[in-house]
Design a protein around this ligand. Structure first.
Ligand SMILES: CC(=O)OC[C@H](N)C(=O)O
Length: 305
């Protein structure tokens, strides 16, 4: 018997309860159940395994069973997702004073949003194949597409990003960030769901990559470990960082960004076909077809393909 447990714990429980009751900033009074995060993880796993059944699924799946597997999984995921999104919408409305919505309305809206999300899955899957294709054609270390799919961390990070982006575009609260931060923990690659990323995107090695919310990235872009596409956070008069403004760079088609380059700012545009060298620090626009090989020094050159 540990004596302090009996004497101290009831009092400390009361004090914790008191802090919860103060409801400052984080409102748990409506019982937003964070066990829900496990349900979202389950949906995340389920969606990835639908994209690549028998590869990312826990189950071994025979060719003849794929159809059945996808239909059953998708039905299960759709049900679960509608309930989670309903809870999130309800919670979100309660956090905004005077805008509380009825549960039934949230349920209806959740159902519509999830329908749109599920309808987008075939297209997301198609784009994901283009990402793997860019990896295969761009990385001589990759022996096969299967090797990339089974072992490269960027596949999970980018697949998750593409799912999370769809949810973000539908303005579903919190769920997109839970997905992307889970992939961030698993892979070391941090892609905000708000970023816009074109087809054929490849992150080689991946560790430490950060891609900010308002980035726009073109097609067939390749980046290496440690690259930051970050913000020069603008502040308002009171010194508070301004939300909802364009603060991360744009990257044109066919750009390659080597390891640990840092590219910052909402007005920073990397023109198409450019190469940004390792450790470059870029805070100004770079014209198309440039090579940036050290701090802000650019050189025009003809790209070879
Ligand atoms: C990627 C990055 O610079 O993030 C900084 C901050 N979270 C923002 O979004 O502005």
């Amino acid at each position: 018997m540990i004596p302090w447990i009996n004497s101290d714990v009831p009092q400390i429980s009361k004090a914790v309860l008191h802090e919860i009751g103060r409801g400052q900033h984080i409102d748990v009074s409506d019982g937003l159940n964070m066990a829900g995060r496990k349900d979202i993880y389950d949906i995340h796993d389920g969606l990835l395994s639908i994209f690549f059944p028998g590869v990312w699924s826990r189950e071994c799946i025979e060719k003849g069973d794929v159809d059945f597997y996808i239909t059953c999984s998708l039905r299960r995921i759709s049900h679960k997702l509608v309930h989670i999104v309903r809870d999130m919408l309800l919670h979100h409305s309660r956090c905004n004073e005077g805008q509380e919505e009825e549960a039934d309305r949230c349920y209806e809206r959740a159902s519509q949003l999830c329908r749109q999300f599920i309808a987008a899955l075939p297209q997301i899957r198609r784009v994901l194949v283009s990402d793997i294709e860019t990896a295969y054609s761009g990385d001589p270390a990759a022996v096969s597409r299967d090797e990339i799919l089974l072992s490269y961390p960027f596949v999970e990070a980018v697949a998750t990003y593409r799912l999370a982006h769809e949810l973000y575009e539908l303005k579903i609260p919190i769920v997109p960030r839970i997905l992307s931060e889970r992939a961030h923990s698993n892979t070391g690659i941090d892609i905000h769901p708000g970023a816009q990323i074109g087809d054929g995107f490849f992150i080689d090695h991946g560790t430490g990559v950060v891609i900010g919310e308002t980035c726009r990235i073109g097609k067939n872009v390749k980046i290496y470990q440690g690259v930051t596409l970050g913000a020069t956070s603008p502040f308002d008069e009171s010194g508070t960082p301004r939300r909802g403004v364009k603060r991360h760079p744009d990257v044109g088609d066919n750009v390659i960004i080597y390891a640990n380059a840092v590219i910052l700012g909402g007005d920073t545009v990397i023109g198409e076909n450019s190469i940004i060298g390792g450790n470059a620090w870029v805070t100004e626009p770079v014209p198309p077809n440039s090579v940036v090989f050290e701090r802000n020094k650019t050189e025009m050159r003809q790209r070879r393909y």
